[in-house]
Design a protein around this ligand. Structure first.
Ligand code: SAH
Length: 256
């Protein structure tokens, strides 16, 4: 299996890259694709940049040029489910593009992708469960070894948990309670918002390959959403998502 890993954080790419062996790299379309091995898997790793276009063009290159047959997207997201706290990990079990709206056309639902006949991209249950197990495993065994207690305290992270639910993506940084409420009313089981996952899920769906999206909650998509992003990402989020994905790759066959 060839696995494509897309990160929305450069800091995270370094953490993966440090663990990969036999690496080579190539730059295409302003992205650096790093190819190598992790736990016996062929990995193609890339910083996708932010937004749906950036992520979907990168995903397409991973499939077309590198022949990947499994996509994993990692990054941070704004938690909109009130049960979620900063530092929690969300595994998408469904993905929606919240800024897609051609519902003025007859028979088109809001969020429906034109000519695709669907508005959402569900993730196979067994893939979701594998990712949840891996993330729980990492949090339980390695969190305190890899992230200092004072760093966790600075971001008020006490007992991070892993959850699954719908992730909504759009070309917009969500930072208002009004927008959060509007999205929660329209999208059932909405956990968090970000800017890439559902775009990658659409590409994966169109090519008929699986796609996993894992996110660490960085903010609550409200008026305080502009946190100290660079520090949160390099000292917390990169470890959470990278640690979880490494654990997933390490135990790939055993999570059944
Ligand atoms: N890393 C940047 C901040 C990026 S914010 C910095 O250093 O300043 C945009 C990224 O975070 C996107 O990848 C998006 O998917 C995710 N994200 C986090 N919180 C979000 C929110 N509230 N709304 C939309 N995207 C969010």
């Amino acid at each position: 299996m060839k696995i494509g890993i897309l990160g929305a954080m450069e800091e995270e790419i370094h953490l993966f890259g440090d663990k990969m062996t036999g690496c080579s790299s190539e730059t295409r379309g302003q992205r650096k694709y790093i190819s190598g091995q992790l736990f016996g898997h062929d990995i193609h790793l890339v910083f996708s940049r932010w937004g749906k276009v950036a992520a979907s063009s990168t995903a397409t290159t991973l499939i077309e040029r590198y022949g990947v047959d499994y996509l994993i997207f990692t990054g941070v997201a704004g938690g909109v489910d009130p049960q979620l706290n900063i530092g929690d990990i969300v595994v998408a079990d469904n993905l929606i593009q919240h800024d897609m709206d051609v519902s003025f056309l007859p028979q088109m639902k809001e969020f429906e992708i034109p000519l695709l006949g669907r508005a959402d991209f569900p993730v196979a249950r067994k893939e979701v469960e594998k990712a949840i197990m891996a993330a729980e495993n990492w949090l339980g065994q390695d969190l305190t070894k890899q992230v200092a207690a004072e760093t966790l305290a600075q971001f008020a992270i006490t007992a991070p948990k892993v959850t699954c639910g719908t992730i909504a993506s759009g070309d917009q940084f969500v930072s208002s309670i009004a927008k959060v409420q509007q999205l929660r009313e329209k999208i059932p089981n909405l956990c968090c918002v970000e800017m890439e996952g559902a775009a990658v899920a659409q590409v994966a769906y169109e090519y008929g390959i699986p796609c996993l999206v894992l996110r660490t909650i960085s903010d609550k998509a409200d008026d305080d959403a502009i946190i100290d992003f660079p520090r949160f990402i390099s000292s917390v989020a990169a470890f959470f998502t990278c640690g979880s994905v490494l654990r997933l790759l390490e135990g790939w066959g055993s999570y059944t």
